[in-house]
Design a binder for this molecule. Structure first.
Ligand code: ATP
Length: 284
């Protein structure tokens, strides 16, 4: 009798389909994301990436198919339930409170998970030290300690994206979904963000939906490619990069060199976060 009991994938999609009337936005997609993986989901405009993100996050119901977290079927579960089960996410469009400082933004997320209300975070006398410590740790994990007390509205675009990761980390996720994190970033900010993702705990599973292929192929160990709603490639990043079907779907009139070129890091800019690697516990 075999004694092997392999851990289930962090995320499993089984024949997931999302239709809008006659339009099939996500078409019978099956894939697995390994625990601790760095998995990218890419595809040209309109491929179905955002729709798939929302199906996984619970913001949209699937028309058919199954979604499993660590082997448990969550297909019918709400977004809030999935969040409590360890799904953290950052959105394409910022969900930060710009008039609060970074520490309070992160503390607010931590409090929501702890079941506390919004008013609690704005009253320093009522905050508990556990929440404050967690907020400080998460802000440090993304390299923003030096910026933790200024108004979030005064952060640069790249810093806000870093802060969004801190907010997600405050919920102690097992699976972190990043929706186009590099959108609007300068090359330097993008490089800094790559270092940030590399510094995340190894047992945290990260799924990145991203247009920036340079970032994708620097970060991801596996890549899934959507085209017109369907999965046209899924495998190790190096193999997917060379896949003729992927090149065909992406390239149009362009060249591979343009697609996959590596942008040099500007010499005067740091590429690493200032904090040590995070020591965040896996959600229990
Ligand atoms: N609410 C909706 N109602 C109808 N069609 C939709 C809706 N949302 C998305 N679609 C369509 O579903 C398809 C997939 O869209 P989706 O936004 O998921 O693609 P995407 O890969 O994220 O694109 P992009 O990279 O441009 O953001 C597109 O044809 C889009 O027009």
């Amino acid at each position: 009798m075999s004694a092997t009991t392999a851990a289930p994938p962090a995320l499993t999609l089984r024949n997931v389909t999302k239709k809008y009337g006659a339009l099939v936005a996500v078409d019978d997609v099956s894939l697995e994301v390994a625990k601790g993986g760095r998995h990218a989901l890419i595809g040209p405009n309109g491929a179905g990436k955002s729709t798939l993100f929302n199906l996984v996050a619970g913001g949209l119901p699937a028309t058919s198919g199954q979604i499993l977290f660590s082997g448990d079927d969550v297909t019918k579960r709400s977004a809030a339930w999935r969040a409590r089960r360890g799904l953290g996410k950052t959105f394409q469009h910022s969900s930060l409170f710009l008039s609060m400082n970074p520490l309070d933004n992160v503390a607010l997320a931590a409090q929501r998970v702890a079941g506390k209300g919004m008013s609690w975070v704005t009253s320093s006398t009522r905050r508990n030290s556990e929440i404050d410590d967690l907020a400080e740790q998460c802000v440090a994990d993304v390299g923003l300690t030096d910026r933790s007390h200024i108004m979030t509205g005064n952060l640069s675009h790249g810093e806000r994206r870093q802060l969004e990761v801190a907010v997600a980390l405050a919920t102690r996720p097992k699976l972190l979904l990043l929706d186009e994190p590099a959108a609007g970033m300068s090359p330097a900010e993008s490089h800094r963000f790559i270092e940030l993702v590399r510094s995340l705990p190894e047992d945290l599973t990260v799924v990145i939906i991203e247009h920036d292929l340079e970032l994708v192929f620097q970060l991801a160990d596996r890549v899934s490619v959507l085209h017109l709603g369907g999965l046209i490639a899924d495998g190790p990043a190096d193999e997917v990069r060379e896949d003729p079907a992927v090149q065909q779907a992406y390239l149009g009139e362009g060249s591979l060199e343009e697609l996959f070129h590596e942008t040099p890091v500007p010499p005067d800019l740091p590429v690493s976060t200032t904090s040590p690697a995070p020591t965040q516990e896996a959600a229990g």
